[in-house]
Design a protein around this ligand. Sequence first.
Ligand code: NAD
Length: 442
Amino acid sequence: MKVAVVGTGYVGLVTGTCLSQTGVSVVCIDINQQKIENLRKGIIPIFEPGLDDLVVKNTEEGRLTFSTNLSESIQGCEAIFIAVGTPSDEDGSADLKYVIGVASEIGKAITNYTVVITKSTVPVGTSLKVKEAIKVELQKRGVAIEFDVASNPEFLKEGAAIDDFMKPDRIVIGTESERAEKVLSKIYKPFIMNGHPLIFMNIPSAELTKYAANAMLATRISFMNDIANLCEIVGADVNLIRKGIGTDTRIGSKFLYPGIGYGGSCFPKDVKAIIKTAKDLNYDLQVLKAVEAVNEDQKSVLFNKINKHFKGDLKGKKIALWGLSFKPNTDDMREAPSLVMIKKLLEAGCVVNAFDPVAIEEAHRIIGDKIVYCKHQYDGLSDADALIILTEWQVFRMPDFDKVSKLLKNKLIFDGRNIFDIEDMKELGFSYYSIGRTSINI
Ligand code: NAD
């Protein structure tokens, strides 16, 4: 079996690689020539645990190939996955120009029955637009080649993408033909050996399922951030609340961690897009509007604590910052809360020394030379007025506190991820601010 994956980013590269791991012949296509050349040499464009080994292995075994030439590469493919970006447009809607552009290219090139599957996160109705774009090109060519469209939203998490793809909780597929269903059942058979379901539904339901999933997860985060802020007012500890409610099986323990607001390439844009879809149809998604508003406010909560601690006098303060990526185990900086914090610190006149285990290069590409990038975790701490923690990387959880104490000018930590115990910090003599818990100001 031969399949193509168009778009070789976080989703496309993981999809193509994992599919090839089952024995299928996969060609990954991208318009970024440099990316494709690098991939052919085994240079992986993103940090994703386990991905490099799988790419190299499957490339060496000839099952995984890379190309910039869509029309040539898709010949003989039974299925083509579209996994290009769908960034937010200015009005919050998902920008579909890449998806529809790829659909047109497919229409110009297919020569046999193909299932064209949209894996990108797209609003309801997009698969119909994909179908239309392909049809238009086939009509221009004056040919009658059969094809089907399908929606197969992706639920992988960056940082655990391989595992999520290989052992998915479920696979959601929207189709309108039995023939397409058969092709997709065949492709996904190796991934549902764990007994988790392949859920077939109509296309609009599949498209909306993805937004509903991300919107639900974003809602849990904003809800906990709201509760965390209330905890600080009433003297409660949000960690205890989290345990207290997370053990309720109706609620469950995941995605109940308060912090500095959700970021990343998906939640912010997908919450915006579903609100916009509803608005266009004269429906007001009130809960999600509140989720967004809470998230915007939450991005300032930790900075406000810093500003208050220094009584509004941040000019010239040297700040050590641990964690730049929007979450651990990825170098993805899209919509990372660290970007908001850094902007605020710089505007207030601070000098920022930043460290991240993998995202330094990506951060430098986005932020430039406005901050200092540190090679090692403790490099930026010398003489710094405070340490701020923005991403909960494992290596930050048990630091050498003696070293931290000796290097910092003040024993002062602002923790946006609640990674330390308050009692430990008290014992160690740190002033310590976190989220939704009592602050220690020595
Ligand atoms: P990405 O930006 O990492 O990758 C997109 C890739 O598509 C880029 O390499 C780009 O060069 C390529 N591309 C753009 N136009 C192209 C064209 N015409 N032909 C070939 N390649 C083209 O994006 P991503 O994070 O992989 O996300 C892709 C989609 O999957 C989005 O809709 C996103 O919302 C969704 N999604 C992302 C995640 C995630 O964790 N990143 C998870 C689930 C779903």
